[in-house]
Design a protein around this ligand. Structure first.
Ligand code: UDP
Length: 445
């Protein structure tokens, strides 16, 4: 590149979205771009970790109350309404101060930034932080709605229809699609639709994923999204997500893993947003205890609604597992997954976690709570065959059996072999897609 060119990035302020956006910023910086990050006060990244970036704070209106409740739909709504005039003002200032701005890259979920980009006259490139397969499933939801799919909701569904395939969207089942929405169905569908429409109007589309994994969906993607598209993941192969962690990563988990045998530990984490009730936590606990397998379990404060941390766990469970279980509030996940003692990952199927597990060759047990997790877990189980999905939710017998399969039996071994082939492909990746993105960004203005 002849001269440094500036890219403005605006992440969605949730952990699973901040990590890939900051990683992308580091990747682009390593390609010679100058980086400006617009961010909200809510879940702000720590600028002192990135002296090589310029940070611009939006005085957003996300209150402490909304933040503490992790009300995802509300935060998305506020970002796409109240924050938009602030974004316009911020971009105006940046454009008059810098003449080297090529484009703005925003999270797909900040769809209202498309109109702002058009108003101020800069191209917007979308970063979609999840899989292509879940993006395409989201894009098909309006069609399902038109076909009357959601009228199911008013009927008492028996357990068989719950397991029915959704013919328009293989390999998804009725329960997978019904599990996508968060709290309010219509609000979720509207937000997803706005996200898809906003992406269609953008100048380009970046995914944190890779071609070998998503091959079956790529022609469908090109058919429905006619814009330059770049699959340049997994981002964490270039830069770790550790520096953008919003919670302190407890490093004692690594010292504990150092004392465990190779491939013996099941790592359990449900990410930064998932929440469950006390009864479910107890099923998780007894599933872990009954499997007799050593485990490292992340119980994030807030995982159990209305509870501080571990008070819902029975003392009997804590006593039985004290020798082979270790519980932390937040872990250095990428390092944990690359530790030789870790032989399996029970995940909520958040996309960063899935990619981190694939890259370290760790077989997965998949749960899912909402959104793209429903689709990711179905693909991991049915299509990619890189893990086992818990089909009954959180039920101690199924949990115990899945842990035994993944850690000890032939199933686990077969998955490990598949993962090792994928890992070899990832290790041998060329820089062609990234160079194409870099050239594209330079050509945008
Ligand atoms: N993570 C972490 N420590 C933990 C659990 C998760 O650092 O104890 C990181 C993880 O490595 C990943 C991100 O948090 O990069 C979670 O993103 P994901 O898409 O998996 O799930 P989300 O939190 O968005 O539901």
């Amino acid at each position: 590149m002849d001269k440094a060119r500036r890219v403005i990035l605006f992440p969605l302020p949730f952990q699973g979205h901040i990590n890939p956006m900051i990683q992308l910023a580091n990747i682009l910086h390593s390609k010679g771009f100058t980086i400006s990050i617009i961010h909200t006060r809510y879940n702000s990244p720590d600028p002192s970790n990135y002296p090589h970036f310029k940070f611009h704070l939006l005085p957003d209106q996300v209150s402490e109350d909304e933040a503490s409740k992790h009300d995802i739909l509300r935060v998305l709504h506020l970002l796409n309404t109240h924050c938009i005039p602030l974004l316009r003002e911020c971009l105006g200032k940046l454009l008059s101060a810098h003449h080297d701005i090529c484009c703005m890259i925003t999270d797909a979920m900040i769809y209202s930034s498309q109109a702002v980009a058009e108003d101020v006259g800069i191209p917007r490139i979308v970063l979609r932080t999840s899989s292509v397969c879940s993006f395409l499933a989201f894009a098909a939801l309006p069609l399902l709605q038109q076909n009357g799919f959601y009228s199911h909701l008013n009927l008492p569904l028996d357990s068989r229809s719950w397991e029915d395939p959704v013919l328009e969207l293989p390999p998804l089942k009725v329960k997978d699609v019904l599990g996508i929405h968060i709290k309010n169905l219509n609000d979720t569908l509207n937000i997803i639709n706005d996200m898809i429409q906003g992406t269609k109007k953008a100048s380009g589309l970046i995914f944190n994923t890779f071609q070998d994994l998503e091959e079956p969906n790529l022609s469908n993607l090109q058919e429905h999204f006619r814009l330059p598209t770049f699959l340049i993941g997994p981002f964490h192969k270039f830069f770790s997500a550790a520096s953008s962690s919003l919670l302190t990563q407890d490093r004692s988990s690594i010292s504990w893993l150092d004392t465990q045998k190779t491939n013996s530990v099941l790592y359990v984490s449900f990410g930064s947003l998932a929440a469950m009730d006390g009864k479910t936590l107890i099923e998780v606990a007894w599933g872990l205890a009954n499997s007799m397998q050593p485990f490292l379990w992340v119980v994030r404060p807030g995982l159990v609604q209305g509870s501080e941390w571990l008070e819902s766990l029975p003392n009997e469970f804590l006593e039985i597992t004290s020798e082979r279980g270790y519980i932390v509030k937040w872990a250095p996940q990428q390092e944990v997954l690359s530790h030789p003692a870790v032989g399996g990952f029970w995940t909520h199927s958040g996309w960063n976690s899935v990619l981190e597990s694939i890259c370290e060759g760790v077989p997965m047990i998949c749960s899912s709570f909402f959104g793209d997790q429903m689709v990711n877990s179905r693909y991991i189980n049915d299509v990619w065959k890189l893990g086992i999905k818990l089909e009954c939710g959180f039920e101690r017998e199924e949990i115990e059996s899945a842990i035994r399969k993944i850690m000890n039996l032939k199933e686990g071994q077969e998955i490990r072999e598949k993962l090792s082939c994928l890992k070899e492909k990832i290790d041998g990746f060329s820089s062609t897609p990234l160079n194409a993105l870099s050239d594209f960004i330079c050509s945008t203005r």
